[in-house]
Write a protein that binds this ligand. Structure first.
Ligand code: NAP
Length: 529
């Protein structure tokens, strides 16, 4: 079989647009997707309550004005089924399906030095060849259930939010547990509480949860976005986090208590996570951060009736924003329900699962079902799941043993013609990821066109450029409060994973300018032949 110009791994937001961009430039492309349907993260995260924490009109492609005109979002924060419908619409509208192979997992990719081609192995043993491999497998797609003792013996039903079954799941009349209170837990807990007879929430670390204040979009909002589309999209691209969030340039520490309170109250009323932009020192000065944390804890104490439960829910041990802020709908209110009990794992850790429940150090909870909202092997998991071998047979798993090393989060030294979309070292998970995906896809597309025009066959990051970039990414993170949390940004949620702050924190706009400058300088830092 003729080699493809490019193999793309994953058919979510990133893979779909990469296919569209490369095919449009005349490259032959094959996309492999493990799911039975397209959508990536949004295909698998079909748990009750799954909803994006970026606003719908911002969390959508901007590359096609026609698409933007045609598609109308129904809510401020889109729910998973609507996002999945949108992605399916995109696939149909641009005729992408013939180049996507579903139900197919890429297991290995090996670079053939002599032929300057990648040999890509699929889970049925088939091998395909391609000049380029683009990893579009997502930052949060390798779901993780911690190896709790005795879990194998548990006879109740088990679920992971990131791998939720397609059919309906009914918890009516059941005793259900949820482990994990991150973004996924916060969304699933209130809905399961409405169904289950008893719900036990097993919390290890209390999170900071803002009310989402989701609502239907009205005509005026939709028309405003349409009328100002160019300008708004431009603002997103030049912004810190790829959204239209307003970032105030004033210090919380210097503000008067009244002014501070007013600003925080506005943020709380508005909902979503924009409150983190209400002062310029919240993410860099612990004193400022403590002021916001104090405000948020006060809100929880106003909502939650039982002071002991409120205390457990406000026992966060990290700065606000250093773990991803969660958005909830009735989250704290759920703990006022008679059928919901919070189990503080800091006080009474899980000891073992049994055949019909889970035992902590002080009690056994009888359960019919357990939901794991326990997160992901984030950012590197979906890349390293593939056995990637660069020149001389070197292994990416080995090269990243002490943490991911990339140039711009886009490429790696030793792996010619391998590209990562929103890889570690790029703004990715700290941004509206669709904006970051579009920027990477367009950059990669331009780069491959450049190589073709210059009659070049290979491109890879130089070792020096890569190491300089890694040091820069770390240095930027160290100036903020982010490394203070044992977060998945740091790899801290996976025992044994190296603790390195993985995303680039310098902002979407700054990053974009840098990438453009590098491209304009004939791809400075790249070795091409
Ligand atoms: P997560 O943020 O990693 O949260 C995992 C939860 O499981 C944490 O509460 C964690 O506690 C707990 N946990 C993990 N291992 C445990 C163990 N051994 N024992 C007890 N508890 C354990 O995962 P997530 O909630 O799936 O969210 C991941 C990311 O996906 C989010 O940060 C967000 O970027 C994205 N997401 C977004 C949305 C949205 O758009 N609204 C929704 C879902 C997910 P510790 O904190 O103590 O580790």
């Amino acid at each position: 079989m003729e080699p493809y110009d490019a193999v793309v791994v994953g058919a979510g937001f990133a893979g779909l647009y990469m296919l569209y961009r490369l095919r449009g430039a005349g490259f032959s492309v094959r996309v492999f997707e493990a799911g039975e349907g397209i959508g990536g993260t949004w295909y698998w995260n079909r748990y009750p309550g799954a909803r994006c924490d970026v606003e719908s009109m911002e969390y959508s492609y901007s590359f096609s004005p026609e698409l933007e005109r045609e598609w109308e979002w129904s809510e401020r924060f889109p729910a998973q089924p609507e996002i999945l419908r949108y992605l399916n619409h995109v696939a149909d509208r641009f005729g992408l399906r013939p180049d996507i192979q579903l139900n197919t997992t890429v297991t290995a990719a090996r670079y053939d030095d002599d032929a300057a081609q990648w040999d890509v192995t699929l889970d049925d043993g088939t091998m395909v060849r391609a000049r380029y491999v683009v990893m579009a497998a997502g930052c949060l797609s390798t779901a993780r259930i911690p190896p709790f003792p005795g879990l194998d013996s548990f006879r109740g039903r088990t679920y992971h939010t990131g791998h939720w079954p397609a059919g309906p799941v009914d918890f009516t009349g059941q005793r259900v547990g949820v482990v994990g209170t991150g973004s996924s837990g916060v969304q699933v807990i209130p809905l399961v509480a409405e169904q289950a007879a008893e719900l036990y929430v097993f919390q290890r670390t209390a999170n900071f949860t803002m009310p989402a204040r989701n609502a239907p979009l009205n005509r005026q909002q939709i028309e405003y976005f349409r009328a100002h589309r160019e300008e708004l999209r431009q603002r997103e691209r030049a912004s810190r986090n790829g959204t239209l969030r307003k970032n105030y340039d004033e210090s919380a520490v210097a503000a008067s208590p009244e002014a501070r309170r007013r600003r925080f109250e506005d943020g709380w009323r508005l909902g979503g996570s924009d409150i983190i932009g209400s002062f310029n020192d919240l993410t860099v000065d612990q004193r400022a951060n403590d002021l916001l944390a104090g405000f948020l804890r006060g809100k929880v104490r106003e909502i939650v009736r039982d002071p002991a439960v409120a205390a457990a829910l406000t026992s966060q041990d990290y700065p606000v924003g250093a773990k991803r802020m969660c958005l909830g709908t009735g989250y704290y209110e759920t703990f006022n329900r008679d059928n919901v009990q919070l189990v503080d794992l800091r006080k009474t850790p899980i000891k073992t699962f049994t055949t019909n429940g889970v035992g902590t150090t002080d009690q056994v909870y009888q359960l019919d079902a357990m939901i794991f909202a326990t997160g992901y092997d984030a950012m590197t998991g979906s890349i390293l799941r593939v056995d990637i071998r660069g020149w001389g047979g070197r292994s990416l798993r080995d090269d990243w043993a002490a943490g991911p090393h990339t140039y711009l989060g886009l490429t790696c030294h030793g792996y010619p013609n391998l590209f990562l979309i929103t890889g570690p070292g790029s703004p990715s998970v700290l941004s509206n990821v669709v904006v970051s995906i579009e920027q990477h896809v367009e950059w990669i597309g331009d780069h491959l066109e450049y190589l073709r025009k210059k009659d070049l066959t290979t491109s890879e990051a130089s070792y020096e450029a890569q190491e300089e970039w890694v040091a820069h990414v770390n240095q930027l993170a160290s100036r903020t409060l982010m490394p203070k949390a044992a977060s998945w940004y740091m790899g801290a949620n996976v025992p044994g994973k190296p603790r390195v702050f993985m995303p680039y924190i310098g902002g979407v706009g700054t990053y974009r300018k840098l990438c453009d400058k590098i491209a304009a300088a004939d791809y400075r830092g790249f070795e091409m032949s």
